[in-house]
Design a protein. Structure first.
Length: 143
Protein backbone atom coordinates (compact mmCIF):
# COMPACT_ATOMS: atom_id res chain seq x y z
CA UNK A 1 0.00 0.00 0.00
CA UNK A 2 1.20 3.49 -0.82
CA UNK A 3 0.87 6.25 1.75
CA UNK A 4 -1.65 8.82 0.64
CA UNK A 5 -3.91 11.65 1.68
CA UNK A 6 -7.61 10.80 1.84
CA UNK A 7 -10.82 12.49 2.97
CA UNK A 8 -11.24 12.14 6.75
CA UNK A 9 -14.43 10.35 7.76
CA UNK A 10 -14.47 12.38 10.98
CA UNK A 11 -14.04 15.98 9.78
CA UNK A 12 -14.09 15.61 5.97
CA UNK A 13 -10.69 17.32 5.69
CA UNK A 14 -8.49 16.33 2.77
CA UNK A 15 -5.49 16.22 5.12
CA UNK A 16 -6.01 12.70 6.46
CA UNK A 17 -2.85 10.63 6.10
CA UNK A 18 -3.53 6.95 5.32
CA UNK A 19 -0.66 4.53 5.74
CA UNK A 20 0.10 0.94 6.61
CA UNK A 21 1.87 -0.14 9.79
CA UNK A 22 4.62 -2.75 9.86
CA UNK A 23 1.87 -5.17 10.98
CA UNK A 24 -0.02 -4.44 7.73
CA UNK A 25 -2.78 -2.51 9.55
CA UNK A 26 -4.15 0.58 7.81
CA UNK A 27 -3.94 3.70 9.98
CA UNK A 28 -5.52 7.13 9.50
CA UNK A 29 -4.04 10.27 11.11
CA UNK A 30 -5.91 13.46 10.30
CA UNK A 31 -4.06 16.75 10.43
CA UNK A 32 -7.38 18.53 9.94
CA UNK A 33 -9.17 17.40 13.09
CA UNK A 34 -6.30 15.77 14.99
CA UNK A 35 -8.05 12.42 15.40
CA UNK A 36 -6.68 8.98 14.56
CA UNK A 37 -7.94 5.45 14.06
CA UNK A 38 -7.00 2.20 12.39
CA UNK A 39 -8.83 -0.68 10.78
CA UNK A 40 -8.89 -2.78 13.97
CA UNK A 41 -10.29 -0.08 16.31
CA UNK A 42 -13.86 -1.27 15.81
CA UNK A 43 -16.61 -0.06 18.16
CA UNK A 44 -17.40 -2.69 20.78
CA UNK A 45 -14.27 -4.75 20.07
CA UNK A 46 -12.09 -6.03 22.88
CA UNK A 47 -9.29 -3.75 21.68
CA UNK A 48 -11.49 -0.67 22.08
CA UNK A 49 -12.75 -1.85 25.48
CA UNK A 50 -9.16 -2.45 26.65
CA UNK A 51 -8.02 0.90 25.26
CA UNK A 52 -10.78 2.75 27.08
CA UNK A 53 -9.73 1.19 30.38
CA UNK A 54 -6.67 3.46 30.35
CA UNK A 55 -7.87 6.52 28.44
CA UNK A 56 -8.77 9.77 30.19
CA UNK A 57 -12.52 10.40 30.41
CA UNK A 58 -12.23 13.33 28.02
CA UNK A 59 -10.80 11.11 25.28
CA UNK A 60 -13.65 8.64 25.70
CA UNK A 61 -16.21 11.46 25.69
CA UNK A 62 -14.97 13.04 22.45
CA UNK A 63 -14.27 9.87 20.49
CA UNK A 64 -16.02 9.53 17.15
CA UNK A 65 -17.41 6.36 15.55
CA UNK A 66 -17.55 6.53 11.76
CA UNK A 67 -19.94 4.75 9.40
CA UNK A 68 -17.59 1.74 9.24
CA UNK A 69 -17.69 1.47 13.08
CA UNK A 70 -14.06 2.59 13.39
CA UNK A 71 -13.42 4.49 16.62
CA UNK A 72 -11.47 7.74 16.24
CA UNK A 73 -9.64 9.19 19.26
CA UNK A 74 -7.77 12.47 19.64
CA UNK A 75 -4.11 12.18 18.78
CA UNK A 76 -1.35 12.80 21.30
CA UNK A 77 1.81 14.00 19.60
CA UNK A 78 4.94 13.94 21.71
CA UNK A 79 8.18 14.94 20.03
CA UNK A 80 10.81 15.12 22.80
CA UNK A 81 12.84 17.91 21.19
CA UNK A 82 9.77 19.99 20.25
CA UNK A 83 6.91 19.41 22.67
CA UNK A 84 3.51 17.80 23.06
CA UNK A 85 0.08 18.39 21.54
CA UNK A 86 -2.96 16.85 23.21
CA UNK A 87 -6.69 17.28 23.77
CA UNK A 88 -7.35 19.22 26.96
CA UNK A 89 -10.56 20.15 28.73
CA UNK A 90 -13.27 19.19 31.17
CA UNK A 91 -15.99 17.72 28.94
CA UNK A 92 -17.08 17.10 25.35
CA UNK A 93 -18.62 20.58 25.41
CA UNK A 94 -15.55 22.27 26.89
CA UNK A 95 -12.32 21.10 25.30
CA UNK A 96 -9.68 22.13 22.80
CA UNK A 97 -6.14 21.33 21.78
CA UNK A 98 -3.18 22.22 23.94
CA UNK A 99 0.50 22.54 23.23
CA UNK A 100 3.46 22.48 25.59
CA UNK A 101 6.91 23.37 24.29
CA UNK A 102 9.93 21.25 25.20
CA UNK A 103 13.01 23.01 26.53
CA UNK A 104 16.56 21.74 26.91
CA UNK A 105 17.46 20.19 30.23
CA UNK A 106 20.35 21.37 32.36
CA UNK A 107 23.24 19.03 33.13
CA UNK A 108 21.79 18.46 36.60
CA UNK A 109 18.37 17.65 35.16
CA UNK A 110 19.91 15.22 32.66
CA UNK A 111 21.21 13.17 35.58
CA UNK A 112 17.78 13.13 37.27
CA UNK A 113 15.94 12.47 34.00
CA UNK A 114 18.12 9.55 32.87
CA UNK A 115 19.91 11.53 30.19
CA UNK A 116 16.86 13.24 28.69
CA UNK A 117 17.94 16.25 26.65
CA UNK A 118 14.54 17.98 26.77
CA UNK A 119 11.59 18.32 29.12
CA UNK A 120 8.11 19.83 28.92
CA UNK A 121 7.89 23.39 30.22
CA UNK A 122 4.45 23.80 31.85
CA UNK A 123 4.81 27.60 31.64
CA UNK A 124 4.48 27.29 27.86
CA UNK A 125 1.06 25.57 27.93
CA UNK A 126 -1.15 27.23 25.35
CA UNK A 127 -4.70 26.22 24.46
CA UNK A 128 -6.41 26.27 21.09
CA UNK A 129 -9.93 25.75 19.77
CA UNK A 130 -11.00 22.17 19.07
CA UNK A 131 -10.86 22.95 15.33
CA UNK A 132 -7.25 24.20 15.60
CA UNK A 133 -5.14 21.07 15.83
CA UNK A 134 -2.84 22.47 13.14
CA UNK A 135 -2.28 25.66 15.17
CA UNK A 136 -1.29 23.62 18.22
CA UNK A 137 1.18 21.67 16.06
CA UNK A 138 2.59 24.90 14.65
CA UNK A 139 2.93 26.30 18.19
CA UNK A 140 5.42 23.57 19.12
CA UNK A 141 7.12 23.90 15.69
CA UNK A 142 5.95 20.60 14.23
CA UNK A 143 4.64 22.24 11.06
Amino acid sequence: MNDKLVICSHCESDACYEHESSDKIIIWNCMGCGFTTNEVMIDGSQLVLDTEEVLPELYKDIKFVDDKKRVWYPTVLNVPSKGTVFANGTSKDNWGWAGIIAVETTDEEKNKLKGATHKSDPKTLKTFDKMSFDEACAYINLI
